[in-house]
Design a protein around this ligand. Structure first.
Ligand code: PEP
Length: 251
């Protein structure tokens, strides 16, 4: 089974009309991608984009959040069951913007991961260190803790459904990309952690994506690293030609 995935994270960008046009253009540019392609779209567009990609092999849709509870009086929230019923396959969890702006910590993210998995949703779990941590050389300690707290309580069958995205916070939306070596080093470290906890079969089948200013110009060299299985792409996923080029750069 290929580990290769290119996922776009649109964040709070695109109206429904713009989102529809964007996906249609990407589908026409890359009708048969050699990698799995996932569109992480705003909640209001989930069903529309799912309908557009259904029937296109290798294309899927991700929500950008879920609530950790099953249902109830949580105004404005979306549950895992709602997404599954709408045909959505993935959910992005642990993104640094939600950690920073919505106060999500690893305990809450672990609850959301568990809820997602119990409903059959595949989490794209984001982790990554801030600049001061990288400058102090403590990135493996911090990312290691994020991996441990979010993922170690999962059972092996659940872990098989998880995609990991390593996203150094200092590289997100800044135009600064981790070097190929920095990315490979951290991805190999994460894979070793997954091996130690869940065994090499699961670790060798886990997709570990790099995120942080991935662009058409740097995607191929990042994706060429042996433990970099693709990318989680923010800004560059909003441009059809650029995102199509990143899809083509995947191994
Ligand atoms: C992201 O937010 O997941 C991301 C990687 O953003 P960007 O590609 O814009 O750095």
């Amino acid at each position: 089974m290929s580990r290769s995935i290119v996922a776009g994270n649109w964040k709070m960008n695109t109206t429904p009309s713009e989102g529809k046009a964007l996906v249609q253009k990407i589908l026409s540019e890359v009708p048969q991608p050699g990698t799995r392609v996932i569109f992480g779209v705003p909640a209001i567009q989930l069903m529309q984009i799912q309908q557009i990609v259904s029937g296109h092999a290798n294309y899927a849709v991700a929500a950008q959040n879920i609530h950790e509870k099953e249902s109830g009086a949580y105004t404005g929230e979306i549950s895992a069951a709602m997404l599954v019923d709408a045909g959505i396959e993935y959910v992005i969890l642990g993104h640094s913007e939600r950690r920073d702006y919505n106060g999500e910590d690893d305990d809450l993210i672990n609850l959301k991961l568990t809820t997602a998995l119990e409903h059959g949703l595949k989490p794209i779990y984001c982790c990554g260190e801030k600049l001061d941590i990288r400058e102090a050389g403590n990135q493996e300690v911090v990312v290691g803790r994020q991996i441990e707290q979010a993922l170690y309580s999962l059972d092996p069958e659940q872990m098989k459904q998880v995609v990991i995205a390593y996203e150094p916070v200092w590289a997100i939306g800044t135009g600064k990309t981790a070097t190929n070596e920095q990315a490979q080093q951290m991805h190999a470290y994460i894979r070793r952690m997954i091996t130690n906890q869940f065994g090499s079969d699961i670790a060798n089948n886990t997709s570990i994506l790099y995120g942080g200013s991935v662009k058409p110009g740097n995607a191929a060299e990042l994706f060429a690293e042996s433990d970099v299985d693709g990318g989680l792409v923010g800004g560059a996923s909003l441009d059809a030609a650029g995102f199509a080029a990143i899809i083509r750069a995947a191994r």
